[in-house]
Design a protein around this ligand. Structure first.
Ligand SMILES: *Cc1c(COP(=O)(O)O)cnc(C)c1O
Length: 432
């Protein structure tokens, strides 16, 4: 696979180079120059395949020029060792459940795929890499769990002490081994600043620092696979479907458009936002206006300047006009999110997490405006049990976490407490 930077000033890179470097040297984001295309017959032949087999078939077409098929098979099966069900909740309205991985959110797909390929590349090249991640919650836990036990890679996760949920803290700070959690006495922005200054520090060159934030192409590509899984499970003919995607940094939405470019029959996408609706606003007015995010219940979507936006635009020929035909933006308020969680539970006995509720509501709003456009598949990005308190306040009971996740509160937190937010202090931690 050959990739080019959206900045257009960096030399083309292979997938391996793009994965190891994250950001392109010109500060742009890597995108494949060309994508393989699947015929309808090939896609229909994927019906009924276990998810890992379907994912491996697509990955081989994407990356077969750089990795042996048996290596891709092994890494993909290792990464996707959990189910990915599609459930029809209402006639024609399906939910694609992406929350059965170890951290109960869809970020496991990107993090686990990236971790397996990263581990393969470092062992092949005989290098050791330290990955730095700043997190406000979900990304850090998915990356920590994804890279846990991967040889040749160590992970340092920085999180703002007291500002993430105890469950999220447990998922990144109780692992030990090759995962070091650092509790920072400050904000998410302080964490991000510490990562950036460490990456720039010449005296840390010997430590081989890299990053695994959401702009890494190795986290984005695997997200295209589950759109194929959703389509093959929900559609009964070759009809195009509508996907409703809860959006924050628009990585998930971008991956959907990549699947569409590979031949998946998609009528259009609903870009579902909470009140931080930079993308719906851009689709409505044609103007992209980043702003400071406002906190909401669907906090992983509280993004005021989505970092994957340049890719989304590039995939639509750099034109907001073409983007507006393919993406329908819908804004969902907090009140509507709460009402949706109540309504879907009362009608169908299904508990949606706040992010999924935004996309479910947006899908129905889109059907009202655009007319019933055939089947719609809503992406369910997190398990409701992760939002026990918020949902408990609405439904009168807290949805339980799935089996195997109940003992988390007893595991000891092994985080290093950073005494202050200075670069020199963090540098000493990195030098051990
Ligand atoms: C990260 C996240 C999102 C937003 O996804 P993007 O790819 O950033 O648009 C939505 N829901 C949940 C639960 C998330 O963790």
């Amino acid at each position: 696979m050959i990739l080019e930077s959206t900045g257009r000033k960096a030399p083309p890179a292979s997938f391996s180079e793009a994965v190891l470097s994250g950001l392109a040297p010109d500060g742009g984001l890597y995108l494949p120059v060309a994508l393989p295309s699947f015929t309808l017959t090939e896609i229909e032949a994927m019906r009924g395949l276990p998810f890992a087999d379907l994912a491996a078939a697509i990955a081989i077409r994407l990356l077969g020029d750089e990795f042996r098929p048996d290596v891709i098979e092994r890494l993909v099966h290792d990464a996707f060792s959990f189910p990915v069900p599609t459930v029809e909740i209402e006639p024609g309205c399906h939910v694609l459940e992406l929350f059965h991985g170890p951290t109960l959110a869809f970020k496991d797909f990107g993090a686990r795929f990236l971790a397996r390929f990263f581990g393969h590349l470092t062992s092949e090249r005989g290098i050791e890499v330290s990955i730095l991640v700043a997190t406000s919650g979900d990304t850090g836990s998915a990356v920590a769990q994804g890279f846990f036990g991967v040889p040749g890679v160590s992970v340092v996760v920085l999180y703002p002490g007291g500002k993430i949920s105890p469950f999220q803290e447990s998922q990144m700070a109780t692992l030990g081994g090759n995962v070091t959690a650092v509790r920072v006495p400050g904000s998410f922005d302080d964490c991000q600043r510490l990562v950036k200054s460490a990456m720039r520090d010449e005296s840390l060159r010997g430590v081989h620092l890299s990053s695994a934030n959401s702009i890494n192409i190795g986290r984005l590509l695997p997200q295209a696979f589950y759109y194929f899984a959703g389509w093959t499970a929900a559609s009964t003919s070759s009809e195009p479907v509508v996907f409703s995607v809860p959006t924050g940094n628009v990585g998930n939405l971008t991956a959907g458009v990549i699947a569409q470019r590979m031949g998946l029959p998609v009528r259009w996408f609903v870009a579902a936002s909470n009140v931080n609706d930079v993308v719906p606003e851009c689709l409505r007015t044609g103007a992209y206006r980043p702003r400071v995010a406002i906190p909401t219940m669907s906090n992983a979507m509280d993004v005021g300047d989505p970092n994957n936006f340049p890719r989304l635009l590039a995939l639509h020929g750099g034109e907001t006009g073409e983007m507006r035909r393919n993406l329908h933006g819908v804004t969902v308020t907090e009140e509507e999110t709460r009402a949706t969680i109540r309504e879907v539970y009362e009608r169908y006995g299904v508990v949606l997490d706040p992010h999924t509720a935004v996309a479910w509501k947006a899908a129905h709003e889109d059907r009202r405006q655009a007319g019933p456009g055939g089947r719609v598949i809503t992406l369910a990005t997190a398990h409701p049990g992760k939002f026990g308190e918020a949902i408990g306040g609405l439904l009168g009971f807290e949805p339980p976490l799935p089996p195997g996740h109940d003992g988390w509160a007893e595991r000891p937190v092994l985080a290093i407490d950073l005494p202050d937010v200075r670069h020199e202090t963090f540098r000493e931690v990195l030098l051990g």
